[in-house]
Design a protein around this ligand. Structure first.
Ligand SMILES: [Ca+2]
Ligand SMILES: [Ca+2]
Ligand SMILES: [Ca+2]
Length: 384
């Protein structure tokens, strides 16, 4: 008897060749051993392959189980697989040290396929009755179960039966990957002579999957300088230069960067009045981003000589392109230029490093002289 069993076990090495495969694609169903509830036949080799749609997994449980017991279930058995992974092997009527019965266990498939294989050897003399099992498709709660960063929703996850979807916080847009949340950040134009620019959400982690463009656009004649804060954190790679996220600066013919990592680029003299800052982020990682302050310089005008019986405002050690000075006289005096007298007068530093006009003098008031607005004069002078 035992010898025969050994022979049969050897013969099982080619077992898969004779397996009868039964495909099942319903959302629920029953699997029974042949002849159930009568005893199962000998030399049975059956495999049920259950497939449910993506977004579902399969729940399998047993209502009845009675298969010939044997050491490690070598003779008759029921095996449960998911793809090629073996999830369980059952035989017997009761659990022992070496054999397992399903009892009230519920088997869950990791994915959307599950296979159940039933095999009986050449004998069933004690008339075991076999098994009856039920399966059903159940929803995968992707919002709860996904641990892989590449699959998890960036902001919010919404589960539904058969699938899930992602959404973003106010102010963000869902990227075409349907997972990450990007920002629209292409139209940032700075025209002030100085200012501050930061990555979106700084100092919180910057948005993923975004292409941001910041343009500093000053009048020709200015030169922009940038200074990055020491707090600088852009995702990098130990060997490859900035493969994921980076900041790049383009100023006239010059390019600076790409920059990434935790070392601030510090100060950059661009030498240009137009500076474009490009910031690219990929679809993963949590990094804090960057902040920079920009300033500008331009051609200098030499400070005018102090005004006798009057004031110049503002008083600065250096005046550059587009700086203005307002001239006012002490009480009892008026500014006089040629035949005209003014209450106030304004001069502007021009691109060529010269003032828009000469500085009038403060003269004692003569009652009937005509005054006129300095601004209209000034405007005419600039336009001419
Ligand atoms: Ca048997
Ligand atoms: Ca779902
Ligand atoms: Ca990144």
């Amino acid at each position: 008897m035992e010898l025969t069993r050994v022979f049969v076990i050897l013969a099982q090495c080619v077992w898969p060749l004779w397996t009868q495969v039964i495909p099942l694609s319903d959302m629920y169903g029953t699997i029974k051993s042949p002849n159930f509830p009568e005893p199962y036949p000998k030399e049975t080799d059956l495999q049920w392959n259950i497939t449910v749609p993506d977004g579902y997994q399969i729940r399998l449980y047993f209502m009845h189980f009675d298969i010939e017991p044997s050491y490690l279930c070598e003779y008759d058995y029921l095996k449960v697989y998911s793809d090629i992974e073996e999830l369980a092997v059952f035989c017997g009527r009761e659990k022992t040290d070496t054999e397992r019965v399903p009892a009230s266990d519920i088997i869950l498939s990791p994915g959307n396929v599950l296979s159940v294989a039933f095999r009986s050897d050449f004998s069933n003399e004690e008339r075991y009755f076999g098994f009856e099992a039920h399966f059903s498709a159940i929803d995968v709660d992707e919002c709860r179960d996904r641990n892989d960063e590449d699959l998890v929703c960036d902001h919010f996850c919404h589960n539904y039966i058969g699938g899930f979807y992602c959404s973003c916080r106010f102010g963000f847009l869902l990227h075409s990957d349907n997972r990450t949340c990007k920002v629209e950040c292409n139209k940032n134009v700075y025209t002030e002579r100085s200012g501050e620019i930061t990555s979106a959400d700084f100092p919180k982690a910057y948005p993923k999957s975004s292409e941001c463009k910041y343009s500093i656009e000053l009048e020709e004649g200015f030169q922009v300088s940038l200074e990055f804060d020491d707090t600088f954190d852009i995702e990098d790679h130990p060997e490859v230069s900035c493969p994921y996220d980076f900041i790049k600066i383009q100023a006239g013919e010059k390019e600076f960067g790409p920059f990434c990592g935790e070392k601030s680029p510090g100060k950059i003299q661009t030498g240009s009045n137009i500076v474009n800052i490009l910031f690219h982020s990929d679809n993963s990682g949590e990094n804090l981003g960057w902040k920079l302050t920009y300033t500008s310089t331009g051609p200098e005008c030499s400070p005018p000589t102090p005004l006798l019986n009057g004031q110049l405002e503002p008083l600065q050690p250096i005046y550059i392109f587009r700086d203005h000075i307002t001239l006012t006289c002490d009480p009892g005096y008026l500014l006089r230029q040629g035949d005209e007298e003014f209450e106030h007068y304004q001069i502007e530093c021009l691109r060529d490093g010269k003032w828009s006009s000469g500085v009038p003098l403060c003269k004692k008031k003569e009652s009937q002289r005509r005054s006129r607005s300095l601004l209209s004069i000034l405007t005419n002078q600039i336009l001419s």
